[in-house]
Structure formats: C-alpha cells, structure tokens
Design a protein around this ligand. Structure first.
Ligand code: G6P
Length: 471
C-alpha cells in the first residue's frame, strides 16, 4: 500500500539549461523529514515539477524520469502559474493568513484557477490511488483538495497539514470564498497546524462560518469524524548538530571565518517575503549603529535573501526597498575595511549555510508573521560546544518551543536594537545554557517525529472512521 504526499512543489528541481533536462533533489525540510519517515507504506509524491512546458514530448520525458523516483508530476500552464500560484495562493491566501490584509487581492480569475488546479491534483490522485492507500496533503495551495477527493472516495484516508498561520476569524471572514475553503479542508479525516493558536482560529472559523460545533478537537461531518491537532514541525537535528565535524563543512567554516575576520557576525536567512520583517530588521540594525558607534567596524550583518515569487507585485516592490535600505546603511557607515551589511540575494548550498550558522554569533530572526520558521531551529541545532544567541520574533510559530531565545516584537525598533546589544554582551556561559535548553527540545521534536506523529494520528482517526462506516 502507498502513502501519497501531495504538495504544490515536488521535492525536485527540474531545469533545462541547454536543451536537456537536469533533475536535482531539493533539500527542503519537508522532503528530508519525509525521507526519514519509517513506514510500511511505499512513499510517493504528487506535485508541480517547477517547470512549465506545452510540449507533450517534454512532459513524457520529465514524467518518465520522475516516476523512477516515485514522483508524479502535475503539469501547470503559464496561466495556472499566474492565477493559481501567483494569484489565489500567493496574492490572496498568503497575505491574508499572514495578516497582510491590505495586500490581499480578490479576483474571480484567481479563484477559478485555484479550483481548476486543485481539480488537476485531484484527477492525478484519482488516477493513481488504490483502496487502502493514504493521502497526506500539504499546505494552503491545496485547501479544496480534501473535499474534492472525499466526493470521489468517501472511504479514503486523507490528512492535511497547514504550514502557514491560520488567521483569527475576524480576518478569515473577509475572504469571499471562506465557506468553500473550510468545507474543502473538512474533507480530510485529520487536519493539523504548527501551533495551538492556529488550530483554535481554525475551529472558531468553522464554528462561525459553517455553524458546526466542535467537541474539543473533533467535529462530526456526515457520519465521519474530523480531528484537528497542533503538531509543530521540527528539523533533521542530527544533520545540523553533527555538521561541524564533516570535513567539507570544516573547510566552509574556515572560509566563512576568513571572510568576516574578527567581526561579530549577525546572520539572517529568509526567502524574499514581506512577512519576514526584513525592512524592520534593517531599521533595527540601522538604529543600533546610530546609537552605538562603539560597535562600528566590529559588527557585520550578513543577510541572505533567497529569491522568491518575484513576479508578484508586492515581492518585487519589497526587493527594491530592501536594496535601497541596504544601500543607505552601507553608504552611511561603510569604511575602507568594513561593510556593515553583507548582502546575498541568492541561496547557498547546505554546506555553506551550515557553516554560516556555525560561525554566526547572533541569528536575527524577525518575521512579522511566520507559520513556524525553521531557520531559527537550524541555527540553534548547528551550534556544537560553541556559542551563539538567537533573537526571535514573538510572531513566529517557533517561539512556542524556543523560549530561551531573546524575544522581540519586530514592530519595536528599540527592542531590536536592545536585543542586539544584549546578545553581543551576553556571557558565554549563559549563551551555552540557553542553547542547551533549546537543543534538548529540538533533538526530541525532530521532523521525523513530526511526520511519524502526523501519520499515526491520521491512521487512528481513519481507523475510527472505518469502524463508524461499518457499524
Ligand atoms: C512556505 C510555504 C510552502 C512553500 C514555501 C516556498 O514555506 O508554506 O508551501 O513551498 O514557502 O514557497 P514557493 O512559493 O517558492 O513554493
């Protein structure tokens, strides 16, 4: 029997640099976590291969190669990408769920395309799924899919994990399609969120929009029980914690140390996104430099921004503002031998990134809203008998577990400034104690445990539903 993992993107990058297709596995947290999931089910993925093509010949070639890896592509057209991916997913749902109400666009063609693409995914699952198989759907791009599948297969075991915040009812109610989205989600047997608050907001939205009452964490829909839970996603702890012992990472650590000299290094790593509070972080750092000349030429902020969704207007505008702000800080404070903000607008290999985590004295993580934030966890995990301080926004889901971080409200520039000072002055002993306490949590709540817990809980509720059906 098979476990189908359904996500907008397959965990593989398909590129076509010179007329031939090149396939590379992506190292995202979800993919590594599910790889290590021990289950008697054969694991298969269904998702978009990240490339658009109209040629049947190309589709066949990509499909053949991917199916060897148990990956089943759903091909999307340019119009789907514009209206489903950049449109409804990332210009309607994403800003709404991250409390960026003013960025939310409502266009009927977005909604139509979202329905169409969810149906495409449904068709591909229906083509493949057999009795006894299980389906685990990931994230906000596919919220109608559980309901569509339920209509086709009343007995199918379906789980859904929501990787981004679920907003308060007062915000969610604004969405014109709020009822359809909730009904879609309730097609699943099991629905989980990173935090208890997101789960609470979801329950409240269901009760108030659909007028159906939950009993604690369960609700009855058509002789079926739907259960909800909070399961915070973790990381592959061992991969990061043992990294500094690997020869290739040791070399990367030496290179990184040489690059930043004996400056204190503050690190930030994000996808380009307005929800990440990148401008707030830059304002905080600029204020710190303004008020603390004693740290000039002693502290560098290394800012890694991974390009993302840059065809969406709000993302393109943000990029321009970030470039301007960094230019302004560096223009004002740089000297011949010091550039205060070292800016990288591209991704790094896992080796290079881990080396930066290891070397950085401070990680500055300032999202205005974030479902979880795995960077904060990866930074803490990578420290191995060395020091480091995590500054973490109270708006990130990760704050529930990482209470030994210095907590900040990213809207408070003075707090960011003070947190940087506190981190720079924190005694080594305290740094190590805080890291140890956070590592104790991360080493237990791994991504493997998250996936195992999800599948076990999904199986339990599916078994109960099967029993109810046979009764
Ligand atoms: C967030 C979302 C994921 C998404 C990822 C990358 O983490 O929760 O569902 O895959 O961002 O975004 P992208 O739009 O590049 O797939």
């Amino acid at each position: 029997m098979k476990l189908y993992i359904i996500a907008n993107r397959l965990p593989v990058k398909v590129a076509n640099p010179d007329g031939t297709f090149v396939f590379s596995r992506s190292e995202g947290g979800l993919a590594t976590g599910l790889d290590s999931l021990q289950t008697s089910y054969e694991k298969h993925w269904i998702g978009w291969p990240g490339i658009c093509t109209n040629k049947e010949k190309d589709k066949v070639e990509i499909n053949t190669k991917l199916e060897e890896m148990n990956f089943h592509p759903v091909f999307l057209s340019d119009a789907n990408i514009k209206n489903y991916y950049e449109g409804y997913s990332n210009s309607t749902i994403w800003p709404l769920c991250h409390y960026f109400f003013a960025y939310t666009l409502y266009k009927y063609c977005f909604w139509q395309s979202y329905q169409e693409v969810n149906q495409l995914f449904c068709d591909e699952i229906c083509r493949l799924v057999r009795p006894g198989d299980k389906v685990w759907i990931q994230d906000y791009q596919l919220m109608l899919l559980p309901g569509m599948l339920r209509k086709k297969y009343p007995d199918l075991c379906i789980g859904y994990f929501h990787h981004i915040p679920f907003p308060s009812y007062e915000l969610f109610r604004i969405l014109p399609e709020r009822a359809e989205i909730l009904k879609g989600l309730l097609g699943a047997d099991f629905i989980a969120f990173h935090t208890h608050d997101y789960m609470r907001h979801f329950i409240s939205a269901v009760e108030r929009v659909l007028h159906i009452d939950f009993k604690l964490d369960e609700v009855q829909i058509d002789n079926r029980t739907v259960r909800v839970d909070a399961l915070p996603m973790g990381i592959n702890y061992e991969l990061y914690h043992k990294a500094s012992y690997k020869p290739e990472i040791k070399q990367a650590i030496d290179r990184t140390r040489k690059l930043f000299g004996n400056h204190k290094l503050i690190l930030s790593v994000d996808r380009l996104d307005y929800s990440k509070g990148i401008l707030h972080r830059l304002h905080g750092f600029a204020t710190f430099l303004e008020h603390h000349p004693e740290y000039h030429n002693k502290v560098t902020l290394a800012m890694v921004i991974v390009p993302s969704r840059d065809h969406v207007g709000s993302y393109a505008e943000l990029k321009t503002k970030i470039d301007e702000e960094i230019g302004s800080i560096n223009g004002r404070y740089s000297t011949i031998d010091w550039t205060p903000v070292c800016y990288f607008y591209h991704g790094f290999s896992l080796e290079e990134l881990t080396a930066m985590y290891y070397v950085a004295d401070i990680a500055l993580v300032t999202p205005l809203r974030d479902g979880m934030n795995l960077v904060a966890k990866e930074y803490v995990a990578t420290k191995y008998e060395n020091t480091g301080v995590l500054i973490l926004s109270e708006m990130a889901g990760a704050i529930v577990e990482l209470t030994d971080a210095i907590q900040i409200n990213p809207n408070d520039t003075e707090q960011i400034e003070n947190a940087i000072c506190q981190a720079l002055e924190m005694p080594e002993k305290e740094q190590k104690e805080r890291l140890k306490r956070m590592q104790a949590i991360l080493s237990v709540q791994t991504v493997n445990k998250w996936a195992t817990d999800f599948v076990n809980e999904m199986n339990t509720i599916c078994a109960k539903n099967e029993w109810l059906r046979k009764k």
